[in-house]
Design a protein around this ligand. Structure first.
Ligand code: DHE
Length: 526
């Protein structure tokens, strides 16, 4: 505890001139020491002495990147509805709140560590797995259950996909991100939070089994279909962390480039079933990493993939070690072909590359503009060709690409840049949002997958977001998110496109159907 106290004290002093300016402008209550005392008195119990989080989220610039400073000031002043964050407006002056805000947006130097020791110490086993029922404890079809992530009050709802009614609701970690990942035919679900927590949930028993904190600022998780391997992509620290299916630590891979010096954040990690491997996108290095979880994997020779630690003629085991593919530009996001031998990657400057994981090099360019959100791409057959389509976070279009020739076959104009594109193999339609456009974020557009044209529009309330579709198992209904604190799941008939019913939810973000995810339906993310 003493050690933490010192580190935060140094930190507070590190606020430097900005905090001092604030202090001199008003009262001594905003000197670095006073701010530190205020932090310890009012914030540390929940957010940790070291700002790495506790009952409340981590308060570091990396974790707060999505919260603008005025919103942070408002949260401290007024509290946050439906959370345990109280209002400090009566206890602290505006200057004191401003100084605390500066503190929490100040990086910790050197970066905080989250090593094997911290990871192992963080693991929590909530129930003894041997006490759990081997069959579902509910009547609903376990293949047609949905999970809805509600970030308004950090809960997850479980829906019966036939009756379209909730059957359970539980508290999640703060700020889940990325799709939950299903294993063992949908019995187990793994969630990742932006604060690094991984939660293993037994959907059949409706209970959290175990949790572990894999990092301080995390992107997403990936899981092998048998549930025996879990990979976690971290921004902070620069690590890719591997666990067994009970969330016991297997290995921490420090993300260091081929030069042995440059480290990188991990943008995302995906599971490639036919290859029995995880494939990771790196944010700061022009490399794609593949890690086999096959104990029989071929050893990795230095001649195939250079590694700064290896000498000519040496091999490392293929199992749980890194195969690098060096690419021409950093790739932020991926989409895989069906057999996972090729990936289509997008880089920040809007260029795309097709990379062969077997040849371990770029094999073609992709004519992409803007920042396609390939992670939410979908595929279908169009005029005898297999096509893939993706939204774009910067351009108001859905781009449709022939997966064999890598040609763009159509750019479908949309109302605005969007995040999610969704369909189902039984549906002729695909739904796209325009979430990134303030004027059009309430409009869902419906694309006909045969004509590649927008054929219908569904309007929500102006100024409020309507986005993210997931279909029922059979593709009859499409569930959309009215993405507000007092929001709802809006159930649409996938044929008539009429609204069927609404289920009130607290800012429902993503929703995930067991069947569609486990069977890797072509219309949804995996
Ligand atoms: Fe996501 C998935 C990256 C911001 C909600 N998001 C993903 C995935 C990636 C990604 C790589 C696929 C991983 C997976 O599912 O395992 N997201 C990014 C970003 O780089 C970006 C733009 C910036 C960031 O701060 O991370 C970003 N994402 C957001 C949001 O602002 C969203 C809309 C709201 C939020 O709560 O964070 C958001 N992202 C989602 C959701 C998924 C997702 C709901 C899963 C979609 C699915 O259906 O599978």
């Amino acid at each position: 505890m003493m050690h933490m106290f010192h580190s935060i004290s140094r930190l507070t002093l590190a606020i430097g001139s900005s905090a001092l300016l604030l202090a001199s402008a008003s009262v001594s209550a905003t000197t670095p020491d006073a701010t530190f005392t205020n932090y310890v008195q009012h914030c540390a119990t929940c957010h940790g002495m070291d700002r790495l989080g506790g009952m409340g989220p981590a308060l570091l610039p990396e974790n707060l990147a999505r919260l603008r400073k005025p919103a942070a000031v408002a949260a401290i002043t007024d509290g946050l509805v439906a959370t345990q964050m109280p209002a400090f407006g009566e206890l602290l002056s505006a200057d004191e709140i401003a100084a605390i805000t500066e503190l929490i947006y100040t990086p910790i130097v050197p970066s905080p560590k989250w090593t094997e020791t911290e990871i192992r110490a963080s693991r929590i086993e909530h129930v003894d797995p041997s006490t759990l029922s081997p069959t579902p404890v509910f009547d609903a079809d376990p293949w047609n259950v949905f999970l809805v992530v509600e970030t308004g009050d950090h809960h997850v709802s479980v829906l019966d996909g036939d009756k379209l009614e909730p059957i359970h609701r539980f508290q999640s970690r703060f700020a889940l991100h990325g799709g939950p990942k299903f294993a063992q035919e949908g019995r187990y679900v793994f969630f990742g939070s932006r604060d690094g927590w991984v939660t293993k949930f037994d959907l059949w028993n409706l209970t959290v089994v175990s949790e572990v904190r894999a990092g301080i600022n995390t992107r997403n998780v990936a899981v092998s279909p048998d549930g025996n391997y879990v990979a976690v992509a971290n921004y902070l620290p620069h690590t890719l962390v591997l666990f067994d299916g009970d969330l016991n630590l297997l290995k921490v891979l420090d993300v260091v480039g081929k030069d042995g010096v440059t480290t990188s954040r991990v943008s995302a990690v995906y599971e490639a079933t036919p290859r029995k491997s995880f494939v990771a996108a790196l944010k700061d290095l022009p490399e794609v990493w593949e890690i086999s979880f096959d104990p029989e994997a071929e050893p990795i020779p230095v001649g195939v993939v250079h590694d700064y630690r290896m000498r000519e003629g040496e091999f490392v085991p293929g199992y749980l070690n890194v195969r690098r593919t060096v690419v021409e530009d950093v790739l932020d996001d991926f989409f895989f072909t069906q057999d996972y031998s090729l990936l289509m990657g997008a880089s920040r400057n809007g260029t795309g590359q097709v990379v062969s994981l077997d040849a371990r090099r770029k094999i073609a360019d992709l004519p992409l503009d803007g920042m396609p959100h390939l992670g939410s791409g979908i595929t279908w057959d169009w005029q005898g060709r297999r096509v893939m389509a993706s939204t774009n976070l910067q351009a108001a279009e859905v781009t449709v690409i022939d997966i064999d020739s890598f040609e763009v076959v159509r750019r479908i104009p949309t109302r605005g840049p969007g995040f999610f594109l969704r369909s189902h193999e039984n549906s002729r339609y695909a739904f796209v949002d325009s979430m990134m456009s303030p004027e059009a974020k309430h409009i869902l557009q419906v694309i006909d997958k045969h004509t590649l044209e927008v054929v219908h529009e569904i309007f929500g309330t102006e100024g409020e977001t309507l986005a993210h579709i997931e279909y029922t198992r059979d593709g009859r209904f499409a569930l959309a998110s009215h993405w507000e604190f007092d929001g709802a799941i809006v159930v649409l008939d996938a044929e008539t496109l009429e609204e069927v019913k609404r289920l009130p939810m607290r800012k429902p973000v993503g929703k995930y159907n067991v069947w569609n995810k486990v069977m890797r339906d072509e219309g949804t993310s995996h």
